[in-house]
Design a protein around this ligand. Structure first.
Ligand code: UD1
Length: 431
C-alpha cells in the first residue's frame, strides 16, 4: 500500500492547476446510460473513482474510450472520455462493484428510466455516517417505480416507464437530486422538484442533461421543473473545476503560508469557504486565471464554522478546515450538520499534537503553537487530505498511510504540492 511522506515547515509558492470535479464527473458518466448515443466528457480528473466507475458502467454495456495525448498536451492534463451505452446488457449492479463506491448506486436512475427495471446492491463507500438511500428510493417511487428490497439488493421496476410527479425532499440531498433529474428527464410528463440541492455539481449535471435534450427549468435553484422527453441524445460537455480540490489547496496555503494561484478555480463555487478563509487570515484575490491565496507570517485566526448545503460551508471541506484550525491563535468550534460520524480525522490529527474535543456533532478545537510530525492513517477521502494539510505545517516528518483513500479523489496531490515547494513524496509498495 502506498504512503505519503511529508516534511513540514515549507511555504507553498507557485501555481496549482485545479482538475475537473470528481463529484460532477461521476454522475455525468452515469448520465451516459440515459442515451444510445455517445456522451463526450472533457476535463475528467485522473482519480481512482473514475476508473472504478468505468468498470461498473462497462458491466452494464457502456463502451468507452479515452483520448490519447495530442501534440503539445500537458502529459498530466485531464482526460476526455467518450461513453456509449448503445444497449444496456445488464440491469443488475452487483454487490462487489457497488460496494467499492457509493455513488455507483446512482446507476439505478438511468437503468429504471431507460429499461424499466434495475436491481442494484445497497451501497458501501466512505464510512461517514449511515448514509441511507431512502430519499433516492422515494424519488423513484414518486415517479411510479415499484421498490422492493431483497437480499441486500434494491429492485426498482416501472414496466410501462416512469411518470412525472411532485417530489419534495425533506432534506437537501445531492445524490437524490441527481437521481430525480436523471429519472424525470425520461419520465412521461411534468416533474416538480422542491428543496433540491443547488451544489455546482448538480448544476453541471443539469447543464449536460439539457445539452442531451432534457427539458429542465430552474437550474441552480432549489426548485426544478422537468418536462420528460421520449429519448435523449449524445452531447459534449466539459466537467466543472473541482471546488473541493480548490478549497483544499487554499487551506493548505493558509496553513503552510506562501502565495499560490489556483488555476481555473471558480470563486462562485467556493462562496462561504473563501469568506471563512479570509476571516482566518488568508488574503484571497480573484483574477481571470483563478483564485490567488496568500498568507504571510501573521498567524491563523480562529473562526467558527457550521457545514451546510451549498452555498454554505461544504462538509467536504470540514476536515481540511479543522486541520487549519489546529494551529489557530485561539479556540474555534466546528459543527457538522450534514453527516454524523464525519470526525474520523480527529484522532489522527491528535497524533500530530492537535487538541480537539468532540461533543456530538461539534468539534471544539484549541489552537496549538506547534504540531509534530507522526505516522498517521488515512480513513476516508477528505479526512486523509486534512492530515496532509496538518503535516505541511507540522515539525518534522509525517507519513500518511493508506493513501488509496486520497487517490480516490485527489489527482496527483504530491506532484501538485511538490511543484509549489512542499517536501512531499509517495512511497510505493506493500510494506
Ligand atoms: C455527495 C458527495 C459528497 C458530499 C455530499 C454532501 C458525490 C459523489 N458525493 O454525496 O462528497 O459530502 O454530497 O455535499 O457527489 N440522505 C438521506 N437519505 C438519502 C440520501 C441522503 O438521509 O437517501 C442524507 C445523508 O445521510 C446526509 C444528507 O442526506 O445526511 C446529504 O447527503 P447527500 O447530499 O445525499 O450526499 P451524497 O449525494 O451521498
Amino acid at each position: 500500500m502506498d504512503r505519503i511522506r511529508i516534511v513540514g515547515g515549507h511555504a507553498l509558492e507557485g501555481t496549482i492547476a485545479i482538475s475537473g470535479a470528481k463529484n460532477a464527473a461521476l454522475p455525468l458518466m452515469i448520465a451516459s446510460m440515459l442515451t444510445r448515443d455517445t456522451l463526450t466528457l472533457e476535463n475528467i480528473p485522473r482519480v481512482a473513482d473514475v476508473g472504478m466507475l468505468l468498470q461498473i458502467l462497462s458491466h452494464h454495456g457502456v463502451d468507452y474510450s479515452v483520448d490519447g495525448r495530442r501534440p503539445g498536451d500537458d502529459p498530466h492534463a485531464s482526460r476526455t472520455l467518450h461513453l456509449t451505452a448503445r444497449d444496456i446488457v445488464d440491469t443488475t449492479a452487483p454487490y462487489d462493484l457497488v460496494a467499492k463506491m457509493r455513488a455507483s448506486f446512482w446507476v439505478i436512475a438511468p437503468l429504471v428510466a431507460r429499461m424499466g427495471e434495475a436491481r442494484v446492491s445497497l451501497p458501501g463507500g466512505c464510512a461517514i455516517g449511515t448514509r441511507p438511500v431512502d430519499l433516492l428510493l422515494m424519488v423513484l417511487e414518486r415517479l411510479g417505480a415499484e421498490i422492493e428490497i431483497e437480499s441486500g439488493y434494491v429492485r426498482a421496476t416501472a414496466r410501462n416507464g416512469l411518470v412525472g410527479a411532485e417530489i419534495h425532499f425533506p432534506k437537501v440531498t445531492v445524490g437524490g437530486t441527481h437521481t430525480a433529474l436523471m429519472a424525470a428527464s425520461l419520465a412521461k410528463g411534468h416533474t416538480l422538484i422542491t428543496n433540491a440541492a443547488c451544489e455546482p455539481e448538480v448544476t453541471d449535471v443539469a447543464d449536460c442533461l439539457i445539452k442531451m435534450g432534457a427539458k429542465i427549468k430552474g437550474v441552480g435553484q432549489s426548485t426544478l421543473e422537468v418536462e420528460g422527453v421520449g429519448s435523449l441524445s449524445g452531447a459534449t460537455h466539459s466537467v466543472v473545476p473541482d471546488r473541493i480540490e480548490a478549497g483544499t489547496y487554499a487551506m493548505a496555503v493558509a496553513m503552510a503560508g506562501g502565495d499560490v494561484l489556483l488555476e481555473r478555480a471558480s470563486p462562485d463555487h467556493l462562496g462561504s469557504a473563501l469568506e471563512v478563509l479570509g476571516q482566518a487570515g488568508a488574503a484571497i484575490t480573484i483574477n481571470n486565471e483563478g483564485i490567488r491565496v496568500r498568507r504571510n507570517g501573521a498567524g491563523i485566526s480562529p473562526v467558527d464554522v457550521e457545514t451546510a448545503p451549498f452555498p454554505g460551508f461544504p462538509t467536504d471541506l470540514q476536515a481540511q478546515f479543522m486541520a487549519l484550525m489546529t494551529k489557530a491563535k485561539g479556540n474555534s468550534r466546528i459543527t457538522e450538520t450534514i453527516f454524523e460520524n464525519r470526525f474520523m480525522h480527529v484522532q489522527e490529527l491528535a497524533r500530530l499534537g492537535a487538541q480537539i474535543r468532540l461533543d456530538g456533532d461539534v468539534a471544539y478545537v484549541k489552537g496549538v503553537k506547534e504540531l509534530q510530525g507522526a505516522p498517521v492513517m488515512a480513513t476516508d477521502l477528505r479526512a486523509s487530505v486534512s492530515l496532509v494539510i496538518a503535516a505541511l505545517a507540522a515539525k518534522g516528518e509525517t507519513v500518511v498511510n493508506r493513501v488509496y483513500h486520497l487517490d480516490r479523489g485527489f489527482e496527483r496531490l504530491e506532484q501538485k504540492l511538490g511543484r509549489c515547494g512542499a517536501v512531499v513524496e509517495r512511497i510505493s509498495g506493500s510494506n
